[in-house]
Design a protein around this ligand. Sequence first.
Ligand code: HEM
Length: 458
Amino acid sequence: MNEHVINAKPTPGLSFDTGRTASGSPLIDPRLFDSAEFRKDPYPYYRILRDHYPVYWDKLHNRYLITRYKDVTDAYLDDDAYNTITKGSSNLVNGNTFLELGGREHARRRKIFGNHLTGKHLEARLPAIRRLALSMLTAAMGPTAEKMLNKDVHYGKVFNLGADFADEFPICVIGEVLGFPDDAKKHFYYWYYTIQQGLKGGEEAKRAMAARKELEDYVCTLIVQRREAPTFLYDEDDQIVGNDVISQLVHAKINGVLLSTPEIISMISVLVTGGGDTTRGAILHMWRLLLEHPEQFAAIQDDPELFNSAFHETMRHSSPVGGMSRSTNHEITLHGTTIPKGAWVELVNFSANHDESIFPDPDSFNIFRPELYVGREVQRGFRVNEKYSHVGFGAGSHFCPGAWIAHQETVIASQVILSRFKNPQLLRNSMTLNSEGELEPMYVDRLSEMRELWISYD
Ligand code: HEM
């Protein structure tokens, strides 16, 4: 891994400039992190942090930000030094989840459903995911195909990839893998959306708890049914692939004891909330970036397998998840800064993914980056065959168990979209623009907020 090289050039155009130290380092005022300027484009500021304050104590929010690729990746893999107790903030809505656990207890719970989201179980389900994408897209294209946004201008056919497809597609995929019956699927998106909104807290948390209660009641009924009669997932040839996730959870034992109903419900709730907004973000970010880079999109049209590289580069350039929080198990000293035991630490994925010591010219989107690892997602390690992986899925014991399914869903859905839309173009003027006439940023703070992507096609 390269040594971190500090940028020789001063960072241009920063509007949140709070002066410099006597030695010339830019000063950072932590109010910056709540500013519209930062939310619009955090990357120049992360560059300052990487260069001058690789472990930054944000005294306003009482947290430490770790921003260099090497330090972030080391931390993800270091379970002795860091734990995930900070993630307990999701308890209010999701209940006690395995997200906050560590060690053997955490690993046992993850293992129960993990095989459904990777490997041969998932391979066998890919045709069903492709069929789902095709049928959802076809249904959505019908009513919107003739929609005109502005009667004076002929846009041809238009489609909002967000509301018309990517909002619901990842949720339907999860419902499918979990084994929700068809009659529940129509409620499923409402439950998901309301619970997800509630994670932000406030009034929305109350509505989320009501939605979670409905989901809970429904799942309780399913648990009783599936304990008596487990149900199965089938492959293309109608061969049983294995139990669906719910049937697997209701028969799973930990230390010889069946999981309790609240445990099963919280696992389902975590799977439902973990894979929706995130995968929608990946689909929308990737399509926006590709349509903004027509020469790379042309290469993909010639070879749709390149969507795999585009997925990795999207996760690096514009990951839908900005970072992950941790708490320290003991005092840690890094780059001369001592982080006390029990401190809140942010591992800033956005910044690590734009570390120029690893990814030269990091703000450019380039699906042909020679240094970027673009194979199947790996749970351990970031350096594979002399290439570097993005950090968008974290790593180590809490590495996203949905990484491979999210990758597959995004690529499959994109190949289906490409096969249905001739000459797709970004309809900039139909999207929310800021006062400078630019497209709104794809992310706000830590999670993608991008919800619409208008496309015209012939
Ligand atoms: C592009 C889409 C996705 C992104 C960017 C993403 C991102 C992440 C990240 C960064 C973590 C690591 C958490 C940590 O280290 O503390 C994580 C964990 C997790 N993800 Fe994903 N995720 C995505 C899709 C999915 C999908 C599709 C599912 C479910 C089917 C899922 C379920 C989970 C769960 C259950 C965890 C917790 C794992 C644990 O704590 O052991 N994610 N995700």
